[in-house]
Ligand binder design. Structure first.
Ligand code: PLP
Length: 419
């Protein structure tokens, strides 16, 4: 049945339309969830995340003898999510002391944390060193200067050096991060001097090189080219190939499977550097995007040349359509199907606050519950308080039970920093 296929592709694993024609996620009827927790709300199918975590672990297990998977927590930075991936054997990539605090509060051991950042502050590095994080990914010479001062011998801080291999994968420029002219890492011309400098610092252990060429990557072939670019920089024990695997946002999207992704990365590492190297990988989006749906209430439907279906969220809970034209799908949660061409728009004071331009909903009306799937990656992460929006709760749903893991903000939260 067409609807079942759609649910499998974009919606959390196990999602279905129940006998009332309502979407069920994690065994919970989303109409009931909306009544209980309000809207907008991020609903996360916990078992979906665990299934994806295990799927990726076994895909890498089949492709490599020596690998480590690290959850890129920027994709969904909350304690419960970090805890879940830690339980599934993942390390945790953090891009600031703030993300590190979130990971630690989720119980991720410091030794499993890797700190990133192209503009790390003194505080970021100081905390990382004091806590004894597993690794720091050096992005620039100032990182090295600071680490030389902060790490006291005979302690050895493991570091990786981020290199921009000069490769642009086929993705949006805003999320292409390893090209020849980027703010991230050292380009190929400057990398050799940075490697030499890192190797000179007695309190650092340069374990290997890192790259992250971008996100939402469908064509996996650039990974081998990226590794080839690194070959002239020496032969290291470990290579961190970043994240990047695409997720399906619409029914048409067909990302590579985990098995293909792991096989391409492990195969490329072996073909460029030979056997015996440790493979690190930092997936974010591909682990969390599809495990989450956002629920919205329709506040108004109006016809102004086009039909505008306005919901109680928007660019405050999902910035991706506005930042780089990301595409999503939507349905009325208890009336799947199309028929009304419309734009699904947010409540914010910008014309660009359009969640889906050219949506197709089934006779949308005020009071309807709208569901937008595949909102787990970089939704909660980039949420904001524009127009006094209260950031939505994160609800875990599993086997018919739901629990709040991040509560909805309150007016008091909006005022808490005012002095
Ligand atoms: C350094 C680094 N690693 C991993 C990731 C995760 O990428 P993705 O979510 O595409 O898997 C990112 C995303 O920006 C990143 O900057």
């Amino acid at each position: 049945m067409a609807e079942t296929e759609l649910l499998e592709n974009v919606y959390p694993i196990g999602s279905r339309l129940n006998e009332l024609g309502r979407l069920e996620v994690g065994g919970c009827d989303v109409v009931e969830l909306a009544a209980e927790f309000g809207t907008p709300a991020y609903i996360v199918a916990e078992d979906d995340l665990r299934a994806r975590a295990r799927g990726l672990q076994s895909a890498f297990g089949a492709a490599s003898d020596d690998f480590e998977l690290i959850f890129a927590s920027k994709a969904f930075p909350c304690a419960a999510i970090c805890a879940l991936f830690a339980e599934e054997g993942f390390g945790c990539d953090v891009a600031s002391a703030g993300e590190m605090a979130i990971a630690l509060s989720g119980g991720v051991p410091a030794a499993k944390i890797q700190m990133h950042g192209n503009a790390k502050s003194e505080l970021d590095l100081q905390r990382a060193v004091e806590l004894g994080v597993g690794a720091i990914v050096v992005d620039n010479l100032r990182d090295l200067d600071r680490l030389e001062r902060l790490v006291e011998s005979p302690a050895k801080q493991r570091v990786y050096l981020r290199v921009a291999p000069g490769i642009n994968p086929d993705t949006h420029p805003a999320i292409s991060t390893g090209g020849p002219n980027t703010k991230f890492g050292f380009d190929l011309e400057h990398a050799p001097a940075a490697i030499a400098r890192a190797q000179q610092i007695g309190s650092l252990n340069l374990a290997g090189l890192h790259f992250h060429i971008g996100s939402q990557i469908f064509d996996l072939s650039p990974f081998e080219g990226a590794l080839q670019s690194l070959a002239s920089l020496g032969d290291f024990k470990a290579y961190n190939l970043g994240g990047g695997l695409a997720a399906a946002y619409t029914a048409q999207d067909q990302p590579p499977s985990y098995a293909e992704y792991a096989a391409v990365k492990a195969g490329a590492l072996e073909s460029v550097f030979g056997p015996g190297h440790r493979l690190l990988d930092e997936p974010g989006r591909a682990l969390v995007a599809n495990g989450c749906v956002t629920l919205y209430s329709v506040e108004s439907v109006k016809r102004n040349v086009d039909t505008y279906v306005a919901v109680d969220g928007g660019m405050s809970d999902n910035l991706r359509p506005m930042l780089y034209g990301a595409r999503y799908e939507a349905e009325i949660a208890d009336r799947f199907g199309g028929g009304t061409a419309c734009h699904l728009v947010g409540k914010h004071c910008e014309s660009g606050d359009i969640l889906i331009r050219g949506a197709d909903l089934n006779q949308p009306a005020a009071g309807d519950l709208v569901v937008v799937p595949a909102t787990g990656a970089y939704g909660h992460a980039m949420a904001n308080n524009y127009n006094g929006a209260l950031r939505p709760p994160v609800i875990f749903a599993s086997n018919g039970d739901a629990r709040v893991v991040v509560r909805r903000e309150s007016d008091d939260d909006l005022l808490v920093r005012d002095v």
